[in-house]
Each structure stands twice: as structure tokens, then as C-alpha cells.
Design a protein around this ligand. Structure first.
Ligand code: NAP
Length: 439
């Protein structure tokens, strides 16, 4: 057996992910040593309660509630506690004491990323976070390293497994949102409080991380436009299917030309999370169940799709361990960490400045001249019609349903136009307005 140098690894957290990381570190110790060029010695695991039952068999003597003392003696610190504090304080302590750090903490990076990356830059340390954006799916390294010579134009990600599971079952089974959510909670796909998932907060954190990396720009979380999926119902699913689409919660990160406050290059970016229509032939439409996928469009590389498990303890542990091996190699080789590039510093434009296609469903009075009135309002609002179809008559035969597909329109124009349609007197109800993505 090669006599490798020893690197001391401190693990903060032994929950769903941490317990699997600890188990794999011990199970594959020899292989990991060969790959890292160092023996990774787990010196301790910080938890809240050393007596709590654990998913995997962890040596009791490694558990401690004293994270600070553990960090002091570590070469590599793996943070898998989650949340903002004390994770932030511990990561900063680890960086300042000369350790390289690995984290899967999207909430922390999306809100305090610049502070943590700056601290690492100051001391030449490196922050690894492959598991923070899409669980087991390798996407951070591809964006940071593999595509470093290219220019990313757009990322469209299904980055939240819970919402994909819900929307997929609504699409394939014709089920209602509340019923599938209750099922998802029973099966452990959704938390008892599902807000972070179904309202798009989790996806927005991941979008901020992906956009920062792809566009070499700091993207604050509050610059990410966010809408959840709670308003999606069976009739919207049916209408989408009828028109050849499927509804997915998408994180869209896009490079735009121009826009208010555009940089010297004339470019800006948009980062947004919302339920959107995707053509059923698009690769993202085939992402079923709780799976995730990130579709990247780069100037030279063209279209790339990264697909797999976006969560799960052992799956996420795979990405964490990949980071640990990278951290170990760097720790041995020495030198200054790569750091985060934010030099492009592109402005993030509000969603109102974005252009997309839309699918508008209206319930209208079933009488002559209505279509002309609707078409006139759209045209006055600079929204051009691509397709129009009267789908179903209302039960009382007094109303009809119009499905209108638009050409690309400015979001601000579209939303003002929809307000005018709603107030026009001929529209009984705006049933839904959904963006169409993936062109
Ligand atoms: P988890 O199951 O809730 O585990 C958290 C662990 O941290 C527990 O062992 C807990 O100790 C410990 N901990 C929490 N607060 C602490 C404190 N103040 N002091 C000491 N220990 C503390 O979390 P998880 O699901 O493994 O997630 C960990 C991280 O990975 C999060 O940032 C999450 O966003 C990220 N992530 C998770 C997944 C996933 O599928 N689970 C996927 C991608 C990324 P006790 O056990 O004693 O309570």
C-alpha cells in the first residue's frame, strides 16, 4: 500500500448527506487515497446531538458538538449542516485557518457567496460546491472548467426534484396539484412545509449560483425573478398538452444583448424561475419524476444536457466526495485557488425587460366580434399573435375558450396587455398566461 501523506478531514453535519459522506470516506478509503494522492483521515463529525439515531453506522467517538475545535485541526472541512448560521461562521473559520472547504449549502452560497469567496481569495484557499446546484449532477465543474473557453448563452434547468415530481404526475396522470403534493409528502419527496420547493425559493437559490458561474457575475438572490407552481391546475396541464407542451418549473439564466444599464459589451443577463411551457419534443420535456436536468446552450459547444439525481443522501454524497478529492489534490499541490470569476459584472435586468413567447388562455363571451376585439387589444399592446384556437365552449354555451399563442413579446408589454384584456368586457376570465421557453 502506498504510503500517502495524511490529510485531516473534518465533517460538519451527519444528516442525509453527511452520514453517507462519512460512510463512503471510510468504505472507499484506499481507492480515495489513490485518487487524491493523500490518505483522507476523518478526524471528527460535528452534529447537534451525538446521541441521535444515524442513517449509517458512524463511530461514536468521531461525533462531537464542538465544531470549532474540529475545524482548527483540519486540512479540509466539509460543511453539510445546511442553513445560514452557524454554517457561515464555520466556513469562514475554516477558510481563515488555512483549510480548503467543501459545501453543498445552496442557501448559504446564494445569500453569502461573495463574502465566502472573497475570504477564500484573501488566503488563496478554494471553495468547492459541486453538490449545491443540482445534487449529484456534475454542473459546477463543467461551467467553471470545461466551458471556461466558451461563452454560455443560456441555461435552462429543472433543478428542483419535488416540483418536477408534482408537475410530472399532474401531466401524466391528470391529477390535481393538492393531491399529488399530499402524496409527495407521504412518500418523502416533499417536506411537511413544502414552501421552499413549491414557491420556487430552492430553485431560485440554484439559479443564482448557476448564473453567477456561467456569466462571471455576482447575482444576488433578490435579483432572481421567482414564481412557484401553486397556481398550476389540471385545466392548465390539459391546455398545455393539447397545444403540444408540458409545464416544467424552469430556472432560466440568459445572456441578453442590450437592456437598461447594459455593460460596456452591450450585454446584460436575466435570471428567472417560473413554471413555463416546453415543447414536448425538447430534451427537458423527457425529465420525469424527481429527476433534475440542466440544459446549457453555449456559443461554440452548442446544446449540452446534464441529467440525473438532483437530491438524495448517497447521490449527493458522490458530488461531495468528488470535491473532497479535488480539494485534497490541490491541498497537496499547493498554489493559489482558482477563485470565483465575477469580472464580467453584467447587469441583471428585471423580468419585465425579457422577451419570450406566451400562451394565453382566455374565457370569452361567445358572441360575434369578440375575436376582433381581443386581436385589437393584443396588437395595440405590441403583442403579435402566432396561433389562435377556440378550444371549448363554456357549459352554458355563453362563453368560449380561446388559446392564443404569441410571437416573442416584451414581458412588460404582455402583462399590461393582459390587464387590458381582463378589463375589456369581452373577456370573462384570464384562465392562464404561461411563458414558452426552449426556442
Ligand atoms: P440534514 O439531514 O438536515 O442534516 C444536517 C446535519 O447537520 C445533522 O447531522 C445535524 O445534526 C447537523 N447540524 C445542523 N445544525 C447544526 C449545528 N448548529 N451544530 C452542529 N451540527 C448541526 O441535512 P442534509 O439533507 O444532509 O443537507 C445538508 C446540506 O446539503 C444542506 O445544505 C442541503 O441544502 C444540501 N443538499 C442536500 C441534498 C439532499 O438530498 N439532502 C441535496 C443537495 C444538497 P443532528 O443530526 O445532530 O441534528
Amino acid at each position: 500500500m502506498t504510503d500517502y501523506r495524511r490529510l485531516r478531514v473534518a465533517l460538519l453535519g451527519a444528516g442525509a448527506v453527511g452520514s453517507q459522506v462519512a460512510a463512503l470516506l471510510r468504505q472507499h478509503a484506499d481507492e480515495l487515497a489513490d485518487r487524491a494522492g493523500a490518505r483522507l483521515e476523518l478526524i471528527g463529525i460535528a452534529v447537534r446531538d451525538v446521541d441521535a439515531p444515524r442513517e449509517t453506522d458512524l463511530p461514536r467517538e468521531l461525533l462531537t458538538t464542538d465544531a470549532e475545535s474540529l475545524i482548527v485541526g483540519a486540512d479540509i472541512v466539509i460543511e453539510l449542516m445546511g442553513g445560514i448560521e452557524p454554517a457561515r461562521t464555520h466556513l469562514l473559520q475554516a477558510i481563515n485557518s488555512g483549510a480548503d472547504v467543501v459545501t453543498a449549502n445552496k442557501a448559504l452560497l446564494a445569500t453569502h457567496g461573495p463574502e465566502i469567496f472573497d475570504a477564500a481569495d484573501q488566503v488563496g484557499a478554494e471553495v468547492y460546491y459541486e453538490a449545491a446546484a443540482a445534487g449529484a449532477i456534475p454542473i459546477i465543474r463543467p461551467l467553471r472548467d470545461s466551458l471556461a473557453g466558451d461563452r454560455v448563452q443560456r441555461i435552462m434547468g429543472i433543478v428542483n426534484g419535488t416540483t418536477n415530481y408534482i408537475l410530472d404526475r399532474m401531466d401524466t396522470e391528470g391529477a390535481e396539484f393538492a393531491d399529488v403534493l399530499a402524496d409527495a409528502q407521504r412518500l418523502g419527496y416533499a417536506e411537511a412545509d413544502p414552501t421552499a420547493d413549491v414557491e420556487g425559493y430552492d430553485a431560485a437559490q440554484k439559479a443564482a449560483i448557476l448564473a453567477s458561474l456561467a456569466f462571471h457575475t455576482t447575482v444576488p438572490l433578490d435579483a432572481v425573478h421567482r414564481e412557484g407552481i401553486t397556481s398550476i391546475d389540471k385545466s392548465m396541464m390539459d391546455a398545455a398538452r393539447h397545444a403540444g407542451y408540458v409545464i416544467k418549473l424552469l430556472a432560466v439564466c440568459e445572456r441578453l444583448s442590450g437592456g437598461p444599464g447594459a455593460s460596456g459589451t452591450g450585454e446584460s443577463i436575466s435570471v428567472r424561475v417560473y413554471p413555463a411551457l416546453i415543447d414536448r419534443t425538447h430534451p427537458l420535456a423527457s425529465v420525469h419524476g424527481a429527476n433534475n436536468a440542466v440544459f446549457v446552450q453555449a456559443e461554440a459547444a452548442g446544446n449540452l444536457m446534464f441529467y440525473g439525481a438532483g437530491a438524495g443522501g448517497v447521490q449527493t454524497a458522490s458530488a461531495v466526495l468528488g470535491d473532497v478529492v479535488s480539494a485534497a489534490r490541490r491541498h497537496i499541490a499547493g498554489g493559489v485557488g482558482v477563485g470565483e470569476s465575477t469580472l464580467a459584472n453584467l447587469p441583471v435586468v428585471p423580468v419585465g425587460r425579457v422577451t419570450t413567447r406566451y400562451q394565453i388562455t382566455l374565457e370569452v363571451a361567445d358572441q360575434p366580434g369578440v375575436l376582433a376585439t381581443v386581436a385589437g387589444i393584443l396588437s395595440d399592446g405590441r403583442v403579435s399573435i402566432a396561433t389562435v384556437e377556440q378550444t371549448v365552449a363554456g357549459e352554458d354555451a355563453r362563453t368560449a375558450r380561446l388559446e392564443i399563442g404569441t410571437h416573442k413579446a416584451l414581458e412588460q408589454d404582455l402583462s399590461e396587455t393582459v390587464d387590458r384584456l381582463a378589463a375589456s368586457g369581452v373577456v370573462e376570465r384570464v384562465v392562464s398566461v404561461l411563458r414558452v421557453e426552449g426556442d
